[in-house]
Design a protein around this ligand. Sequence first.
Ligand SMILES: [Zn+2]
Length: 285
Amino acid sequence: MMTPLTVQLPFNRDILGPAFTPAKRGDKPATERGHWILVQEQNLIVAPVADGFALPHGACPVPLDPAPPFWLGTYRDEPCWVVALAPEAPLPPGLSRETVVPMRGTRLPDDLLSLGGMALQALWWESTSGHCPRCGERTARIEGEWGKKCPRCRYEHYPHLHPAVIVLVKHGDRCLLARKREWAPGRYALVAGFVDNGESLEGCVAREIKEEVGVDVKDIRYVGSQNWPFPSQMMIGFVAAYAGGDVVIDTDELEDARWFDCDKLPALPSRHSISRWIIDHYGRP
Ligand SMILES: [Zn+2]
């Protein structure tokens, strides 16, 4: 069987295939017609169509003053623009607000989630990179790049992605799953955590599992990744084998963790997350 080159999940730009070509900032085309990604908090403003939702298309449907749109890339041979709307801004007739967040029950199709995720990350970067993190001076765009440079101390930085590991621990026909207090009742998922300075990905997997659920792992195997734009994580997925120890949870992080038989799994996250993808591909009988 042919395995896809990348994990086919929303928020991974790869799923758009050749339909999307990312822009380099500063490289703006002359026209301001095209596809419009209107972002209001963590929602996209979309037009309902027969089989779901579509981006507004043509001229921009909202006033463009004062924030100018920025060019995210080329989508289906036309420019794709991003505009941030104020939380209280009224919507044009015929358009509606749809959340991009899987845990809030997004109804958007995967291609719009991937475009929306890139827009959220680009807006996050713009909102956090306006001043130099070293000296506080206002930054300037590096020509043709997303990066920013400081005219005073010369510091340069580029959009930040925060690497985090997410791990399925298996022991024979059982999966170790965990839940946090704030999740929907009864829902379990995988243990995840951010990579520390100086740490390898494998080292991070072993440490996070030991800290959060108390067990040792071996045979750590990379299985895929997902870009997660809330606000800018790179989720790096692994499967590991149980190597010993009792399940003892870190109660600051988790409400529960336990072994489940692979054929009797509990409620799981929606199909949008790599947590669910790993469980579906590696945690089933
Ligand atoms: Zn500076």
